[in-house]
Design a protein around this ligand. Structure first.
Ligand code: NCD
Length: 656
């Protein structure tokens, strides 16, 4: 029989969560003569905490002892063999021979999943990096249910550091499952990560509503620092000009909401790799103003604790402040969980279902994009395992790390047996699926990486020239002239290019406009695969002027080719996360049609309807060595079709 772990809140079904709550109800009075009192008699729980903890560890230890079991622990994992360099795999193996259940907290995302695979006994995640904290979620849901009677239909505002808060991540997945409306009030730069939003959308068909601070002035000390973004990212795609009117429409959606609970979280300072954009002042805080607001009279205030200064002690005495009760429920809820996990009936749960899992072959060096992922920090205890997500953007293969859930986009795929690689294209999906099934797929971050492993590029099929140097120059000039004509306020213009080729085109457009108007323009660039695989706003490599603020500016977003519209949508969301521009207009050199999202470019160099299997490549002299500007279209040849490949390789160009 499989052992039962709790690594993610997804490891428990809704029914099981209800069952645990029923057990907790029976344990809440902690009656020692009740039948459950001995349900863990003779069992040993080991707590392995690589990070500080008060509530989680003590409530687990208390819970086990109240169930008749006992707890062993390493008081500080820094004084364990970890300090001598022992792998987490070895620690898990060894300790699982001393105990019947392991409760683990670790600072790496995904570390508990990795340890669970080496332990012979059930493993419970007591918090892994910024990833998840499922038992805190059980306490949170239990408290909310006790307080409000029912979960369905409630509206919960989640405040603070939603980017790094692991309690928040497990909680939003669970709230979405139980029909709770989630409103997010993030500190600036600490919004829910894209991978969490995507998981909510893909697996729970739910989009949380990021809220206007204006509507919540009573809780936020510095309301200007938080911007309104639409509740469903796809709405952005409907508008390439997002103006005041739209912003107002969206802000009207918020005031009708009734708030049942505020879930406040502290800034996870220990997880900040770089300073965040806004200062301390913009961090959402609950204090006197909250208490005085009539419309929050029935809203309870929760906090996983510890609090720092985001929750004023003034709330402690108010009936709405229920966070100490929430912490106290930690014991009965964890008693219920331990007794559930130690019970044989719990062992029959099926393993997590992954659609298709990609395991990197021996020697593959492409790693998860999340720098804090256990696969990066401890490759000896993990393997390269990714869930293959349904195709999104046309030019990337979307993978999700099995350990930390971060999305991972790859642009280069290779065929292990033939040692060939090529850029991924949605048209190649079936071919690549075949490689995956046969264990022949390998993914690369860069061409250099592929070549260092001895891989050679596939030859591409015959190419058709769609635009030559002169046509490309004329198209850029035409686009620049139209932008010039339609710009009302020259001072407000900022040109933002999507890297790599969109950014070079943006610079060319800026140069044309500079010639027309005899003045300089500010430019910025968007890196779609920034740190952590997330889109990022960056400065051009040779910035002429300091970083422009996009607030209240007329933005021109530039890309080389538009196809499905997904890249542009992601870029638009990023722009609106960072500022509130006056308008955003979209300029592309090539419009391939076949759009999945209703994004309409304002300026197009050339419309080139093309089939899914075809690849349109814009070649720019800034990027290609020894080449002139041109646009070509070609199809990629099936990996297994070696006859075709050798026949074509003699008269076609190498794909780079
Ligand atoms: C949380 C944690 O460790 O993630 N605390 C807890 O378990 N109650 C929240 C935090 O540290 O901010």
């Amino acid at each position: 029989m499989r052992k039962r772990d709790l690594v993610s809140i997804a490891d428990l079904t809704d029914r099981e969560i209800e069952e645990i709550f029923q057990l907790a109800d029976a344990m809440v009075d902690l009656n020692p003569i009740a039948s459950h009192a001995k349900s863990c008699a003779g069992k040993i729980m080991a707590t392995l905490f690589y990070e500080p903890s008060t509530r989680t560890r003590l409530s687990f230890e208390s819970a086990m002892q109240r169930l008749g079991g006992s707890a062993i622990s390493c008081p500080d994992m820094r004084s364990s063999s970890a300090a001598k360099g022992e792998s987490i795999a070895d620690t898990a193996r060894v300790v699982s021979s001393y105990a019947d259940v392991l409760v683990i907290r670790h600072y790496w995302d995904g570390a508990v999943q990795a340890m669970a695979e080496f332990a012979d006994v059930p493993v419970v995640n007591a918090g892994d990096g910024s990833h998840e904290h499922p038992t805190q979620t059980l306490c949170d849901l239990y408290t909310l249910k006790k307080e409000k009677g029912n979960l369905k239909g409630l509206t919960v505002v989640i405040c603070g550091d939603l980017k790094h808060g692991r309690t928040v991540h497990s909680l939003v997945y669970a709230l979405a499952r139980f029909g709770v409306h989630v409103v997010t009030l993030a500190a600036n730069g600490m919004e829910l990560p894209e991978y969490v939003i995507e998981k909510l959308q893909n697996e729970h068909h739910y989009s949380p509503l990021p809220l206007v601070s204006r509507d919540l002035q009573a809780v936020v000390e510095q309301p200007d620092a938080i911007y309104l973004t639409p509740n469903r990212p796809h709405q952005l795609a409907l508008f390439t000009r997002v103006d005041e009117e739209l912003q107002d429409d969206l802000s009207k959606m918020a005031p009708g909401l009734k708030f049942d609970a505020f879930y406040v979280t502290r800034k996870q300072k220990e997880r900040l790799r770089e300073p965040v954009a806004e200062g301390e002042a913009s961090y959402p805080r609950i204090g006197d103003r909250f208490l005085k607001e009539k419309r929050f009279k029935d809203a309870v205030v929760m906090h996983p604790l510890p609090r720092v200064d985001e929750l004023s002690p003034a709330v402690d005495k108010d009936r709405r402040g229920i966070y100490f009760k929430q912490a106290a429920y930690g014991v009965p809820v964890r008693m219920a969980l331990l007794s559930f996990l130690m019970n044989d009936s719990a062992s029959s749960h099926p393993a997590k279902k992954y659609l298709t899992v990609y395991r990197g072959p021996e020697g593959a060096i492409s790693a998860c994009a999340n720098a804090n992922c256990v696969t990066r920090t401890e490759p000896t205890s993990t393997d390269l395992r990714f869930e293959v997500l349904p195709p999104g953007s046309s030019e990337t293969l979307n993978l999700r790390c099995f350990y930390c859930d971060h999305r991972f986009k790859v642009q280069l795929v290779g065929h292990v047996r033939s040692k060939r690689y090529c850029p991924y294209d949605r048209g190649l999906k079936e071919i690549v699926d075949g490689w995956l099934r046969e264990g022949d797929l390998i993914v690369f971050d860069t061409i250099k990486q592929a070549e260092e492993l001895g891989y050679e590029p596939y030859r591409t099929g015959p190419q058709r020239n769609l635009m030559d140097e002169a046509e490309l120059r004329a198209a850029v000039k035409r686009i620049s002239e139209s932008i010039g004509r339609e710009t009302e306020d020259r001072d407000s213009l900022v040109i933002v290019g999507i890297r790599t080729k969109g950014a070079f085109l943006a610079r060319r457009i800026a140069r044309e406009l500079e010639k027309q108007w005899q003045r300089r323009f500010e430019t910025r660039e968007i890196e779609m695969y920034g740190s952590g695989g997330q889109p990022e706003m960056v400065l051009p490599e040779d910035p002429k002027l300091p970083a422009p603020d996009l607030h209240d500016r007329e933005v021109i977003l530039v890309d080389d080719v538009i196809h499905t519209g997904r890249t542009v949508r992601a870029a638009l969301s990023l722009i609106f996360q960072s500022a509130r521009p006056r308008s955003v207009r979209l300029a592309v050199l090539i419009d391939r049609g076949l759009r999945e999202l209703p994004v309409k470019p304002d300026y197009v160099g050339k419309h080139i309807p093309s089939a899914d299997r075809e690849r349109v490549r814009v070649k720019l002299r800034e990027v290609e060595q020894n080449e002139r500007d041109k646009v070509v279209v070609y199809s990629i040849i099936n990996a297994d079709d070696s006859n075709q490949r050798s026949a074509l390789s003699s008269n076609s160009e190498a794909d780079s």
